[in-house]
Design a protein around this ligand. Sequence first.
Ligand code: PLP
Length: 412
Amino acid sequence: MFSYSNSDLYCEQVALADVAARVGTPAYVYSSQTILANYRAYDEAFGALPHAVCYAVKANSSLAVLALLAKAGAGFDIVSGGELARVLAAGGDASRVVFSGVGKTAAELEYALDHGIHSFNCESEPEIALLDSLAARRGIKAGFSIRVNPDVDAATHPYIATGLSQNKFGIAIERARAVYDRARAFAYLSAEGVSCHIGSQILDPAPLLEAVDMLVDLARQLRTAGASIRHLDLGGGLGIAYRPGEIAPAVAAFVAGLRERLAGVDLTVMVEPGRSIVGAAGVLLTRVLYRKQNGAKEFIVVDAAMNDLIRPALYQAHHEIVPLRRNALPPVVADVVGPICESGDFLARDRPMANAMPGDFLAVCAAGAYGFVQSSNYNSRPRAPEVLVDGAAYRVIRQRETYPDLMRGETV
Ligand SMILES: *Cc1c(COP(=O)(O)O)cnc(C)c1O
């Protein structure tokens, strides 16, 4: 829901140049209607099939975003105790939370047990044993799944591929059966499901569907052997279009593929989408500070940097960069760089783009996922504010950090 009207870029009915002028830059802006539409695309595509859409909190964990999704009925996939604290603070329901991650601490497991989360996606045998002992101390039964590693290639950037046997994630699918069998000896655990998550920014859903078939097979075997498996958790990973011409898989078509494979399987299906719900719903606003040339290179120096959005530096990610107000100048090919003292501090390289001049505002597109959440205070830069748009209204959902915020908790 970002589009131009005349020369101005709008988010829903709000002109982004107004937001930039009032809130300042850099600033993240999210469309609540886009977030909700993306969530509902999953929820509605499952129809009458028993299902749960557990939004992956790590993609964008701001309280107002979580509250929006909680109100719409979402469950949540968390990867830390801190994320559970956020879900609870946003009014989310602990009984709809699943806890993933390869290195959960005892304190985090205890915190989640005490709040009665739905299920733990366990990634190793020692974690399963620890969960049992912590549940025993409380006299409660903990529901768990094993996150299986199906060794399928998600065909994505190596840093966000997680379902290959060389990755640290999960338990190899051929070992999983035996681990479930051994886990039956634990009196305070109940095997509720089978889970996986093979990677992120997946543009061809074929490997996801391949993994589903493997999980269904395993669930059937486990049930035949007497386990109580009730759900399949297929993780997240559906990609979005970052580049012009890139085509994101349609959620409805993907879910239709799942339904086909799950026909006649009496299991609740869970998915953990993150990027595909919030990614395209956000932009990072920035202002051009300077123009300069070094040799043949043209630079557009902006006030947003790798501390605000690290994806270009970390994953060689492409984000479209467009002006908040179109001008009549011929386009340029430029590097868009920030103020940080690193050559890796760029938002775009050799990019054909609008000829933005000092004082002009730009939007870095599709920055709603893995944007603010990966921001830092590197170079002692206060983190950017976040703004949530709803129709013709918008509000600041996180204030810009101040210099005292930068030093909070420190002593000389
Ligand atoms: C990161 C992650 C997700 C979400 O992935 P997206 O690509 O953002 O959909 C889901 N489940 C687990 C376990 C994850 O680690």
